[in-house]
Write a protein that binds this ligand. Sequence first.
Ligand SMILES: Cc1cc2nc3c(=O)[nH]c(=O)nc-3n(C[C@H](O)[C@H](O)[C@H](O)COP(=O)(O)OP(=O)(O)OC[C@H]3O[C@@H](n4cnc5c(N)ncnc54)[C@H](O)[C@@H]3O)c2cc1C
Length: 94
Amino acid sequence: MSHIRSGCKTDYGKGRLLFAGEAAGFLNPMGEGISAGMESGNAAAHAITEHFDEPVCVLDDYQQSTKMLKTYMERQWNFVAGLSDTFSEMKLPL
Ligand SMILES: Cc1cc2nc3c(=O)[nH]c(=O)nc-3n(C[C@H](O)[C@H](O)[C@H](O)COP(=O)(O)OP(=O)(O)OC[C@H]3O[C@@H](n4cnc5c(N)ncnc54)[C@H](O)[C@@H]3O)c2cc1C
């Protein structure tokens, strides 16, 4: 838990290197991280194939297409934060 309490930060990668799943910060504090890994991995692959000849657009496409996933993760973090005072530090700033 100490590793996931530092805030729901996302790191999509840099240049031609993309991160997916937990490495990208799609870390669900309620568990069930396999779907987030698959969804973000699929989005990364799609962004690459879509902009294969224009790699500068890949990162932007990837960020856009995982917006809902990121929002979902943030909701999960706030949900866990509200479960008990023990987790209140996980509440994300508005
Ligand atoms: C006990 C347990 C039960 C779980 N049960 C469920 C469940 O029922 N349902 C569910 O959805 N989720 C479950 N999860 C969570 C789920 O396993 C993770 O959310 C999911 O595996 C994350 O996928 P990922 O691809 O992001 O990371 P990972 O599955 O951790 O994959 C990362 C991979 O990168 C490799 N790696 C690391 N560093 C390097 C490196 N430097 N070079 C090359 N490779 C490297 C690792 O060896 C690993 O294979 C469970 C987790 C645990 C621990």
